[in-house]
Ligand binder design. Sequence first.
Ligand code: FMN
Length: 178
Amino acid sequence: MRLKGISGSIRTESYNTMLLKNIQDRYRHLVELEIIEIEHLPLFNQDEELEPPKVVKEFKKEISECDGVIIATPEYNWSVPGVLKNSLDWLSRGDRPMIGKSTMIVGASTGMMGTIRAQIDLRKILSSPGLNAKVLPPAPNEFLVIKAPEKFDEQGKLIDEKSLDLLDSVMDHFIEWQ
Ligand SMILES: Cc1cc2nc3c(=O)[nH]c(=O)nc-3n(C[C@H](O)[C@H](O)[C@H](O)COP(=O)(O)O)c2cc1C
């Protein structure tokens, strides 16, 4: 299974990017996960939706050719970060490569609510007609890391056993279901 990973955070020490890297390492015997950079995507402009800049065309092609997508979203002000929404807006127009795409949502935050509000919003966005992704159902597959600084070590490895057990189960479900 060839997967692409999108982190909704572009900061260097992002816990969400760390989370994707942990998924990449831990399940490399099961899936091939490549993390796609979204920081170079320009702001969405509807004037360009049918003939977008090269970097957007390449991004859309990568999504179109993969078997599934894992999105790791931070929570910014109770929702998804603008940088993630911007990337999804590009994907929602023209050839619309997210339609029917198997998609799994995860998230990490420093707070107690662990991106749950952002994940709910992301599900809604991914259900819109332009995206219409096939999203892994939430029960029992909601994976979120609360108090992220306590759950990763200095090297960025996820070390919380409960989180790892849940992640194993959600990944199994995703692979079976996709
Ligand atoms: C603009 C902004 C808004 C934030 N809003 C929330 C929030 O609504 N809920 C939350 O749990 N954390 C919030 N945080 C804290 C993030 O969980 C924290 O910065 C986290 O590390 C971001 O993810 P990252 O490590 O992948 O960059 C916010 C952070 C920023 C910078």
